[in-house]
Design a protein around this ligand. Structure first.
Ligand code: ZN
Length: 129
């Protein structure tokens, strides 16, 4: 499935959760509907160390996800070596959020850690569940 973008509500949820969790990190898996990321599966009990958050993402092999999201406690949204390793295992759309957790405070990377475009989509979607 080609990812067209992320729903703005989902992005706002990610930014607000990252902000309220900081300086602890927050991590989750991204799920899509019709090519648009609309769901974040939050990892229970994500711990404060970057390594723990990333390792916990590895431990969810049976969850179908198009990528991942995690926050950094500082303004840097560059992937670490552990991040890059995790990117190679799950999906092709990996968001890293950094301080101050506003609409410009995130970057999306592909499996190899290259910056990729991710459109923010403002439409409202019906929930079929
Ligand atoms: Zn990281």
């Amino acid at each position: 499935m080609r990812i067209k973008g992320i729903a703005s509500d989902t992005l706002i949820f990610i930014l607000e959760t990252s902000k309220s969790t900081a300086p602890q990190e927050f991590a989750g898996l991204l799920q899509e509907k019709d090519g648009i990321i609309t769901e974040v599966l939050i990892l229970p009990g994500t711990e404060s160390s970057e390594q723990n958050a990333v390792i916990k993402l590895f431990m969810m092999p049976n969850v179908k996800a198009v990528g991942s999201i995690h926050s950094h406690p500082g303004p840097n949204h560059e992937p670490s070596q552990a991040d890059l390793h995790m990117f190679s295992k799950t999906g092709n759309c990996h968001i890293i959020v950094g301080y101050p957790y506003d609409r410009q405070s995130w970057t999306c990377y592909d499996t190899e850690g290259n910056v990729r475009e991710l459109q923010v989509i403002d439409e409202k979607f019906e929930d079929f569940e």
